[in-house]
Design a binder for this molecule. Structure first.
Ligand code: CP
Length: 310
């Protein structure tokens, strides 16, 4: 895999949270928190161009990277795969190289294939920096960071006493992988993973987690619940019988959430399937951090872009 660090040990790309040292993770979270607290950023990236190169749909990640780039004073180029020359057969690599040739230095890339962003990073010119905005099932590192920032704000910096449940389609979730990696690095006290057997990942991904197929058990006494989107295409694959069955067994509503600690918080990366994995009374309820996560996403992405390009 492409190294995220350059020869001098400076973070050059952000491709994954896997193996990212605690100090680097803390530094990004501390910088993001300073942004939330109103730290002046003063057009730090003026004169730098950033392209949001998304080969898959997105609302939160793409727009919050654009917002973050604007707040840092960068020029922002949006790329829409559906109206691009990829529809004529141009490859992702040729697309990237052409935009790089226009003088763009920052690339925020989402792609359906595992490893696609790392492959582009391996081909990048020396001055270019890439951020993985989600590749296949592998990684969504800025989502992992914004989730950790949201948890830190709610529960404090010390995660050692924290019990966290990750619920739903963990198997296909790049968000869950990045969250699991970050929670381990930050020393979370207990990580529970809950979902139907068909939607849980391999043993290596689950290492050190308490695994359950019973949501009521998994919620007992937890401090945070991280709900995941049910990817409806899994029904076509036969991995889920019906939305109604999934909601009955793994949907989070206020009655179920009462099993968690009284001050428990609920996270969801979005987009939500309301009435499937999460009900309105939780999504819009007092324990929900969901819009706080979105707000934190802008700050986290500013911290990442500033670190890589500043
Ligand atoms: N959480 C997330 O990645 O949302 P989008 O797909 O809307 O970017």
């Amino acid at each position: 895999m492409t190294d995220q660090f350059d020869a001098s040990g400076r973070l050059r790309h952000l491709l994954t949270l896997d193996g990212l040292p605690r100090a680097a993770l803390d530094a990004l979270l501390d910088r993001a928190q300073a942004m939330v607290d109103g730290d002046e950023v003063n057009a730090r990236l003026a004169g730098t161009a950033v392209c949001t190169l998304f080969f898959e749909p997105s609302t939160r990640t793409r727009l919050s990277f654009q917002r973050a780039s604007q707040r840092l004073g960068a020029d922002v180029l949006g790329f829409d795969a559906s109206t691009s020359s990829t529809t004529k057969g141009e490859t992702a690599l040729d697309t990237f190289r052409n935009i790089e040739a226009m003088g763009v230095r920052g690339f925020v890339v989402r792609h359906a294939d595992d490893g696609a962003v790392a492959a582009l990073a391996a081909a990048a010119a020396p001055g270019s920096a890439l951020v993985n905005a989600g590749d296949g099932r592998s990684a969504h590192p800025t989502q992992g960071l914004l989730d950790m920032l949201s948890l830190r704000q709610a529960k404090g910096r010390d995660f050692s006493g924290l019990k966290v449940a990750i619920v739903g389609d963990v198997r296909h979730s790049r968000v869950a992988r990045s969250d699991l990696q970050a929670l381990r690095t930050l020393g979370a006290g207990e990580i529970r993973v809950c979902g139907p057997a068909a939607l849980l990942p391999d043993a290596q991904t689950l290492a050190g987690c308490v695994v359950s197929h019973d949501l009521d058990d998994a919620l007992e006494g937890v401090d945070a619940v991280m709900m995941l989107r049910l990817q409806r295409e899994r029904m076509v694959e036969g991995l889920v019988d019906s939305l109604e069955d999934y909601h009955r067994d793994y949907g989070l509503d206020a009655r179920r959430l009462a099993r968690a600690a009284a001050a428990a918080v609920v996270l969801h990366p979005g987009p939500m399937n309301r009435g499937v994995e999460i009900d309105d009374d939780v999504a819009d309820g007092p324990q929900s951090l969901i819009l706080r996560q979105v707000a934190n996403g802008v700050a986290v992405r500013m911290a990442v872009l500033e670190t890589l390009l500043g």
